[in-house]
Design a protein around this ligand. Structure first.
Ligand SMILES: Nc1nc2c(ncn2[C@@H]2O[C@H](COP(=O)(O)OP(=O)(O)OP(=O)(O)O)[C@@H](O)[C@H]2O)c(=O)[nH]1
Ligand SMILES: [Mg+2]
Length: 406
């Protein structure tokens, strides 16, 4: 009996010890599987512990996120505790959902899972419940869904629709990409003149535009919005190229007319040299590829840009030609901003069909855990305008760039 009792005690002790060991294992495995707190998360947790999290930042329309979505936190606090007023913004159709989820996943994995910035989705049609559920399930910040007012996604009354239809027909014959598309034109006009005016954007100072089917190749382990602010950057890009001239036959003349009537808006230290090879006589087509943009909303909210957009809009080129938001944004940024407030992100790694930005310096690729082929990098190729941006601004290039030029 005594043997039985001590055996039972031994068994109980063994079970207890095993339990302790299991708890220890679970705890240690949990921490070793986490990516490790970023300085921002640490700061956020410290702030939370101190009761400093900004509760007022929870938007009123949070209820529009389906119940299935997980609750959102408010940890987008920069490393020194400063909370940035920044958001992602995506214009999309419900049918873009599956192409968009891959983009969001990459942005989250490479950046936003550490910072939890909000994400604003805009659409000319109401977003479906499926779209809202799927996007809010993978965005780590608060998601917001905005409907575009019809007057911002239709022909303005001063546009001659027959003239516009003839222009589309001609462009179709010339095989201009999206040349015969009406929605594409509304999209370009909206991205030029209206996304930044949507009430959901009012509370923000910076935005990052994200499109379906893009890739982010490298880790972004710092708060990129805070970096923009701390370094006094207003507009940033990853890829540049010349615009297809058939889409903008009169854009530059219309711009020159605006400058002549409003010379006060030209910045003394502007980037005219980057967009014109003959001191402003003609446009060389160079533009920042606006499917990626991290910028200050103040660039578009400025009097200069509002007036410039109105001038372009009245001229009708969004419909009589096929002016893109990329050249429109780029010309405005180049003319109205001091050149040192425009920044090339050489460490982000980005792809939108068909161009890649892959940091050509192997040290950068390793440090940022990039997954891209530098042979495919477009930055230093002859057709890109990025080398010229570096030359005229005397900005140092990534190590080894010359091995990846044409
Ligand atoms: N709501 C809405 N969004 C649109 C529409 N057309 C385009 N978009 C969005 O506007 C952005 C730009 O459109 P894209 O079709 O990607 O244009 P693009 O980048 O010039 O062309 P791609 O090479 O096809 O990507 C994307 O975020 C699209 O999801 C539309 O008719 N309605
Ligand atoms: Mg696109």
């Amino acid at each position: 009996m005594a043997t039985n009792r001590s055996t039972a005690r031994l068994v109980r002790f063994a079970i207890f010890a095993l339990g302790l060991l299991a708890c220890g294992y679970i705890l240690s495995t949990g921490s070793s599987f986490s990516t490790g707190p970023s300085t921002a998360q640490t700061a956020a947790n410290v702030d939370k512990a101190a009761g400093n999290v900004d509760k007022a930042a929870v938007p009123a329309n949070e209820a529009s996120v389906p119940a299935a979505a997980k609750p959102k936190t408010n940890e987008n606090v920069a490393s020194n505790g400063e909370r940035m007023k920044a958001t992602f913004v995506t214009l999309a159709r419900n049918s873009d959902l599956n192409s968009l989820l891959g983009s969001i996943r990459q942005v989250e994995d490479r950046f936003n899972s550490k910072f939890h910035y909000d994400w604003v989705f805009l659409n000319d049609q109401p977003f479906s419940d499926e779209f809202k559920a799927a996007t809010s399930a993978i965005v780590s910040g608060t998601t917001k869904y905005g409907l575009i007012p019809e007057e911002q996604w239709s022909f303005p009354d001063w546009i001659d629709k027959e003239k516009a239809a003839l222009a589309r027909e001609q462009m179709k014959e010339q095989k201009v990409i999206y040349g015969d598309s009406i929605p594409y034109r509304h999209m370009c006009r909206y991205e030029s003149g209206f996304f930044w005016r949507h009430p959901l954007m009012d509370e923000y100072e910076y935005y990052w535009r994200v499109e379906p089917d893009i890739k982010i190749y490298c880790d972004i382990d710092y708060d990129i919005f805070k970096w923009m602010k701390d370094n006094n950057k207003k507009y940033s890009f990853t890829i540049t190229l010349p615009e297809y001239k058939a889409t903008i036959p009169t854009l530059w003349d219309t711009t020159k007319q605006f400058i002549k009537e409003n010379p006060q808006f030209l910045n003394d230290n502007n980037l005219m040299e980057w967009i014109s090879d003959d001191k402003g006589e003609t446009y060389n087509g160079c533009h920042f590829w606006s499917n990626f943009e991290i910028a200050s909303l103040d660039v578009w909210r400025s009097e200069a840009y509002r007036k410039y957009f109105d001038h372009l809009d009245k001229a009708g080129g969004f419909f009589y030609e096929r002016w893109g938001d990329a050249p429109v944004h780029s010309i405005a940024a180049a003319l109205f901003l001091p050149r040192d407030t425009v920044h090339f992100f050489n460490d982000v790694g980005y792809y939108h069909v068909p161009f890649h930005n892959c940091p050509v310096d192997p040290e950068v690729r390793l440090a940022k855990k990039c997954v891209c082929n530098p042979q495919e990098d477009f930055s230093w190729k002859g057709y890109s305008c990025t080398a010229k941006f570096h030359t005229i601004n005397n900005v140092p290039r990534l190590k080894g760039w010359e091995n990846f030029a044409d």
